[in-house]
Ligand binder design. Sequence first.
Ligand SMILES: C[S@@+](CC[C@H](N)C(=O)[O-])C[C@H]1O[C@@H](n2cnc3c(N)ncnc32)[C@H](O)[C@@H]1O
Length: 198
Amino acid sequence: MVRNQENVLWSLLDDFRNYLWSENGTNKKGEFDYIPSFNRESMNQIGLVIDDLPTQQRNDLRNLKFLDAGCGKGLIVAMARAFGFDSFGLEIRVKYIKEALKVLYGGNAFIQVGWQSFPEIRKQNILKYESYGRYDVIFYYSPFDNNNKEEEFEERIEEQMKVGAYLIANRKQSGKIYKDSRFIKVMPGHPIFKKVKK
Ligand SMILES: C[S@@+](CC[C@H](N)C(=O)[O-])C[C@H]1O[C@@H](n2cnc3c(N)ncnc32)[C@H](O)[C@@H]1O
């Protein structure tokens, strides 16, 4: 890989991401702690979704709702906001929600992107959530260590998603979506899907 400045910056960000952000382990309920997804890969995935959007939607992302289900300390929510989406996060652990609110409102991000909406971070068990149909883009990165719970969570989202919505499904466990004619895979080699019919 060419060691240009961009690559060096990404490498640094990932080093700091591990040091500053990661928590290790799971709990007895089979829920992972906060282990942030890789910045560069996530950014690439969100970029691929934007490239696939119909032109009218692509030109004004403020009208599109982006959700990170199990958002931890909010890095992906911050990233989606920086792209210009109307951004949301759901998280079960209050200690992470507090950190996410510091990330999203503690710095000067609002001044930099002052025309954007305020992201909303809500305490919510994503296994019980009933409003996945609100969102245009749903992102997750392995919230459950327990495979049964992970599959239940994934299939819940796939049922509720609206037609036209995108799913970025990192470390997906359930394979049902690959045989489900309601979904197409947006890009070979990436876990990105679009719901195309009811
Ligand atoms: C592996 S981390 C991923 C964090 C973030 N999505 C990212 O990509 O950077 C999984 C997150 O899911 C959260 N989580 C696990 N079980 C959950 C549940 N039942 N409801 C809501 N959040 C949950 C964890 O607390 C943790 O913050």
